[in-house]
Structure formats: C-alpha cells, structure tokens
Design a protein around this ligand. Structure first.
Ligand SMILES: *Cc1c(COP(=O)(O)O)cnc(C)c1O
Length: 384
C-alpha cells in the first residue's frame, strides 16, 4: 500500500514505474552518527521538514530515532502531526512557529500533538501566553532570535527586554530552547558567520540556563564555537553537500533511476526535443528516459548547443542529456555506449552513487535542497 501522503500520481509498483527514488535508510543513520560525532558535546537533532527533504518523513523519522536521534524539527504543524504518529516520545519543534492565528490552532495541533512552536515574534508570544494561561498549563516552546537572516525571529534587543520582564513576571509557558539561524554557513570564511556568533552569544547570555542552538548542517562544520547545546542538520543527513567547494563527507542516501523507453538512431544535423535547441553533431544514437520536470528533474538542467546539461549513468557509462528536459521525458545521447547495454528497459541513474546530486543541481542552476524536495510527486519510493 502506498503511504497516504504519496499521491495517486506515483506508480503502484516497480513493473510500471517510470522512475524510482531509492532511499538508503542505513546511510541516513550513518550520516546521523557522523553529524552527531562532529557535533562534539552538543546533542544532534534532525530536521525532517518538507517530507524529510522529499525522501519520506515517516521513514526518515523512524530511521533517525533508531539511530539515536531524540529531537526533531519540522517547518509546519501538519508535518509535526505526521512526525508525532511515528515518534511518540520525541521532542518535535515547529520552525515556522505558530502557523495560524487562533487559540484553536494551539489546541488542535501544538497541544494535541505535543509540538513545540519556535516563537519568533511578539504576536506569537502573546498567542502562546494567552493559550497556555487559558489552559493553566505551561507548555514548552523555543524562542527564535534573528541575528542576520531577517526572515523569522525576535530582534536582539528583545532578548534583554524579555528576560528582564520574565524575571519579574514569569511567562505562562516554558522556554526549552533559544535558537538562531546562520545566513552563510556554507561559506566558512564569510564574515557574517562570526558576526552572527557574537550576536547569538549576547542573546544567550540573557537566558543562561536555557539550551541554545545555532548550527544547521554547514554550521556543524564551522567548529565547536557554533555547536552550543543542540545542532540542527538537515541536508547533510540526506547526503547533500553542506559546504560549497568541499569534498562531500556524507554517504549517498537518495538515488533516482529512470527507465529507458526507446532508442533511435538520428543522423548528424537534426534537432532534438522542444525548441530545436540542440543539433546532433554526428550520427547519433539517442535514448528516451521516462522522467521529466513533472517528476522533479528540473527543466533548467537540460542541454542546448550553448549550454551542456546534466549527465546520467548507465551500466558503467556516462551519457549527457541532449536537448530540453520535457514534462515527462528526457533524451540522452548514448552514441558512445555499447548498444547492448542501452536498450528499452535499461535503467539510468539520474543521481546517486555515480552522479552526485549536487552536480545535477548545479547544472540546473540550483542546490541539492531544491532538487531533492522537487521529487515528491511521481517517483515510486523504495526504502532500503
Ligand atoms: C532548514 C533549516 C535547518 C536545516 O538546514 P540544513 O542547511 O538543511 O542543514 C536548520 N535550521 C533552520 C531554522 C532551518 O530552517
């Protein structure tokens, strides 16, 4: 049975699947262990938002729990509810805070599923304060302070003001975590890293007894100063590249393969795919794969005479995309590959062990994060 969140667009089984997303849960567990080691004395949490970066929230959550992870972050309350169904005893934080503006939301999601909102504005503090007072139960939450992202979080001055106010008049809720988020952690030498660190230290000084968290995946690799009590990796767990221009130390978790539907010989000088953007430079043999941008194979990763596209891997050989990626299909040039290894029914690796996720993303002008989270709609998922 497909899990309920997988839409009817995904193939019912492998016999008719056009493309398959394999998720190596053992590699995910190994990546967690490595990040936990790299986190030193800090506890390592896991970010499983956006369906665990497109790989399946429930499966990832269970594997991470088995690997020893006890604290999880999602973005939205409904993700938290799903996580709770497989993680009865975990701490689950909702990064986007109190999504929704009524106490009913607090009751139906945050309280019902024991989710901890990450509060980042005075409006949210008021809502949580009022709700917790109304049920006379001090529920846990985190406070998010903005140190440079300008996205979510309370201002720095609020840290001092709030901590002074709460010394006189304790809030109706319990603050379990102070956090902020790094802007440029993927660029280790960027001056904003140490500026944010200084700002965060001054904030945490206002709440000396509360555990603190600053580092995402790349932040862990910035060193112990950035670890505080809790680290929050996402992309590195799933095998993505955390730091640019750096060999990727993580194991491959996600592999996408696509089926060859047909092959053909095309003489030199013919155009291939929509828009006639690429012309065969020689007598060519082409193969058509059952994957396109509606499967999350981003259209920008296609090829033209001006700009080479991503490559795929088939039985030990690389083959480049030729022409545009279309909605459901992609054409590759297999002229240099022995014919017997490329035929209808052969499988091509789109990314995985041989074709790095981040290379494909780079060809599409984007990052591994976007490619992974784009895969959800039609891929048949297989868990190893
Ligand atoms: C997504 C997110 C993370 C995880 O970031 P990665 O770069 O994937 O490790 C951590 N903290 C916050 C606030 C996030 O939004």
């Amino acid at each position: 049975m497909p899990s309920p969140h997988v839409t009817f667009l995904s193939a019912p089984d492998e016999s008719v699947a056009g493309n398959i997303l394999s998720v190596d849960l053992a590699a995910l567990a190994d990546n967690y262990q490595l990040l936990a080691e790299k986190s030193g004395a800090a506890t390592c949490a896991a970010v499983i938002k956006a369906d665990a970066y497109g790989l399946g929230l429930e499966q990832a959550a269970k594997a991470l729990w088995a690997a020893g992870c006890r604290t999880f972050f999602v973005a939205l309350p409904q993700e938290g509810a799903r996580a709770r169904s497989v993680l009865p005893d975990a701490m689950i934080y909702v990064l986007n805070g109190l999504v929704g503006d009524s106490s009913a939301v607090c009751a139906d999601y945050y309280n019902s599923f024991s989710l901890r909102p990450v509060l980042g504005s005075y409006e949210e503090l008021d809502l949580w304060e009022t709700y917790c007072a109304s049920i006379a139960t001090p529920l846990p939450c985190a406070l998010h302070f903005d140190t440079g992202m300008n996205r979510l979080g309370l201002g720095r001055k609020s840290a001092f003001m709030l901590s002074e106010k709460w010394k006189q008049n304790p809030p109706s809720f319990i603050i379990c975590l102070i956090m902020s988020h790094l802007v440029c952690s993927d660029q280790p030498h960027h001056p904003l890293n140490s500026q944010q660190l200084d700002r965060f230290r001054s904030i945490r000084a206002c709440f000396p007894d509360v555990p603190a968290s600053l580092a995402n995946s790349a932040g862990i690799f910035l060193g112990p100063d950035y670890h505080f009590e809790l680290t929050r990796p996402g992309i590195a767990l799933y095998g993505g590249l955390a730091i640019g221009d750096h060999p990727n130390p993580m194991k491959v978790v996600a592999t996408v393969k696509s089926r060859i539907l047909t092959t053909r010989n095309v003489p030199k000088g013919w155009s291939v795919s929509y828009g006639a953007q690429e012309i065969t430079k020689r007598d060519s043999r082409l193969a058509t794969l059952c994957i396109g941008y509606a499967d999350g194979y981003l259209r920008a990763g296609g090829s033209s005479d001006e700009k080479k596209g991503a490559k795929v891997w088939i039985n030990g050989y690389e083959a480049p995309i030729i022409g545009r990626i279309t909605m459901d299909l992609t054409i590759i040039d297999v002229t240099d590959i022995p014919h017997e290894t490329v035929r209808r029914g052969s499988w091509a690796e789109i990314f995985g062990e041989h074709i790095p996720l981040d290379d494909v993303a780079h060809h599409a002008g984007t990052i591994g994060y976007e490619l992974l989270t784009s895969l959800g709609l039609r891929a048949l998922r297989r868990y190893l």
